[in-house]
Design a protein around this ligand. Structure first.
Ligand code: ZN
Length: 607
């Protein structure tokens, strides 16, 4: 089911994209004096105040907000710039090219004039060029002259299409997500945090996304995000805009559409359609703006717990995640796994982040329960469902800075943030999805681990693929010389070993192996679900040397990695397995899959 609104939005979107002065097209609820006038009001963003745009569409026409303002309400600066959701990046790219040509012309002109007046001498230096470097898993763009900085009317942004073009000179089209970290301290503009969906084939989430992969010269990208301030919560928030939070609901199958999931929104009302409003009890969801939880006092009143300070707490920052409804919209759980949630509407006193309550909901609409069925009434079922949605994502992390120092603190900071985000995404998705944030060197396909003795890295279901000869358990740490697997001895520590192979001619550095245990029946083990963060045993890192020899004497290069399996983590052995995954993870398959389908996974049945 593609609702009529989506079809007409896409038609309008493509028509308006052809018009010069239009820099983006979006929609959001229109609220006048607190009343919902339209749940999905079309918004046309014009490039600058003098741009000619059609005024016969009934759309709200306004300028996009692309840079952070200095505003006194501190909270407001902690939210994302939603206008980025609707931007035409190919137009930003063209604007930037024009502005760079102009800047070059101006420089040449000044240089010629200066030569004329001085006769001799070198004149002013040309603008310092953009340079790039790879620092472990970060791609760094040093742009001292700010040539990526793009003026859009009175607003400023960064030409991420050009930045991605630079990235693609060294890396493949292997990434679902782009995450740009913008160094404002170096003089880059503060464009806040935001994201633009690039491609989606999902229905039932209240948002059709026109396919703009061609603008990025990519067949793989799904979303581009950027950050000028970073918390674990924001790193969960921005990529989730690929799916969340756009849906409305109906009370009954044939009832009218209601917009209370986005009501009483603290930010600009026309942007509220992208986040959960304050009436929703959405638990730990990172997709609201209030960072508050409702607590039912069971006497008709509710308390409201403000968790805003948790976001910047080194200890409690991990409390934010995704609600069951978020996970459903992301395609990670089925509708049957989403418990009903409470709506607390128009309470007395009015919601105030500094007031703990108690709050008494108005009557009506008062407090009521919604379930995922109410969302399905309005949006249709989420398609593809959780069994057929992608679970394995790759994200490229790209630093944009004016600083030319390769040892700049900002680079190290981004590396640390990204390293924390990887396990945090896994935790927040309950292990149902994984985001590999490593940069894939062009020989990443040479790395593999054998599923069976005959396995050469080609997926095959033949043989006991759940008994990898490259994954074994030892009762003492002697596994680098002893390759047969032993049963763990109760009450004693064991050691797990993995042999990662390289069939290529070049070494691969910083290969990471994560070791897990699972009690899932060995034939039912699926990736990534059974590589669950709660059952992570440990991680080891090594460089895997290249293959050696020629012809029939050619042998894989390999490295053996080891972790200790503490006695208290040993599962009841009957039917339990030890698992490992190699990072960088394969780009394919992306959906739930068995161990034999993926050369970066191994399983060893303990029985
Ligand atoms: Zn947002």
């Amino acid at each position: 089911m593609v609702p009529a609104f989506d079809a007409s939005f896409v038609r309008l979107w493509f028509a308006l994209r052809k018009i010069d002065g239009v820099i983006g097209v979006g929609f959001g609820p229109k609220i006048v004096d607190g009343d919902l006038v339209s749940p999905r009001q079309l918004v046309i963003y014009k490039t600058d105040k003098d741009s000619a745009v059609p005024d016969d569409t009934g759309a709200e026409i306004r300028l996009p907000r692309l840079s952070k303002r200095r505003i006194t309400v501190r909270d407001r600066t902690q939210d994302c710039l939603t206008d980025y959701q609707w931007l035409f990046w190919d137009k930003i790219d063209r604007l930037n090219k024009r502005q760079r040509r102009q800047a070059r012309a101006d420089t040449t002109h000044r240089s010629a004039q200066s030569k004329k007046s001085k006769k001799k001498g070198s004149g002013p230096a040309a603008l310092p060029a953009m340079t790039t470097r790879v620092v472990d898993n970060l791609y760094v763009i040093h742009d001292p002259a700010g040539s990526l900085v793009t003026q859009v009317g009175t607003e400023t942004t960064i030409n991420f299409v050009e930045a991605y073009r630079q990235f693609r000179r060294e890396f493949g089209d292997d990434y679902d997500f782009l995450a740009f970290f913008v160094d404002t301290e170096s003089g880059m503009p503060d464009i806040g945090n935001g994201s633009t969906p690039i491609f989606s084939d999902v229905t039932g989430i209240g948002r059709t996304i026109p396919d703009t992969r061609a603008d990025w010269n990519s067949a793989k990208l799904r979303l581009c995000s950027h950050f000028t301030w970073v918390t674990l919560r924001t790193m969960l928030h921005e990529p989730a805009h690929l799916w969340c939070s756009y849906v409305h609901y109906r009370r009954s199958a044939k009832g009218p559409r209601e917009a209370l999931l986005h009501a009483d929104f603290a930010g600009a009302p026309d942007q509220s359609g992208l986040h959960w409003g304050r009436f929703v009890e959405d638990g730990v969801s990172c997709m609201d703006y209030d960072r508050c939880d409702w607590h039912d006092n069971r006497d008709g009143t509710f308390h409201r717990f403000n968790h805003r300070l948790d976001e910047t707490s080194p200890v409690r920052a991990k409390r934010f995640g995704y609600s069951p409804l978020d996970l459903y919209l992301m395609g990670l759980i089925g509708p049957g796994e989403v418990p009903p949630w409470t709506m607390i509407c128009d309470p007395t006193p009015p919601i105030n982040d500094n007031n703990f309550g108690p709050y008494t909901p108005a009557n009506p609409p008062g407090a009521f329960q919604l379930s995922v069925q109410n969302v399905i009434f309005e949006n249709g079922p989420r398609t593809p469902d959780h069994l057929n949605s992608p679970r394995v994502f790759h994200q490229a992390t790209i630093v944009v800075t004016k600083d030319t120092d390769p040892n700049a603190f900002f680079i190290a900071e981004v590396a640390a943030d990204q390293a924390e985000h990887v396990p945090n995404f896994r935790r927040a998705t309950r292990g149902l999805a994984m985001m590999d944030c490593s940069l894939l060197r062009d020989n990443h396909g040479d790395l593999y681990i054998k599923h069976t003795p005959a396995d050469d890295g080609t997926p095959s279901q033949s043989g006991d693929y759940f008994n990898s000869p490259d994954l074994w358990i030892r009762n003492s740490p002697d596994g680098k010389a002893n390759f047969d697997s032993q049963m763990p001895i109760p009450g004693q520590d064991s050691w797990i070993y993995a042999r990662v192979r390289n069939k290529g001619a070049r070494p691969y550095q910083n290969v990471k192996v994560n070791f897990y245990v699972t009690s899932t029946a060995h034939l039912d083990v699926r990736y990534p679900n059974d590589w669950h963060p709660d059952r992570l045993i440990g991680t080891a890192i090594a460089t895997v040397p290249p293959a050696s020899g020629r012809g029939s004497s050619r042998a894989d290069g390999f490295a053996i990695l080891e972790v200790r399996l503490p006695s208290e983590r040993v599962p009841a052995p009957a039917g339990a397995s030890v698992l490992c995954e190699i990072i960088p993870m394969s780009v394919e398959p992306t959906k739930l899959h068995a161990v034999w389908e993926n050369r970066k996974l191994a399983q060893r049945l303990m029985a």
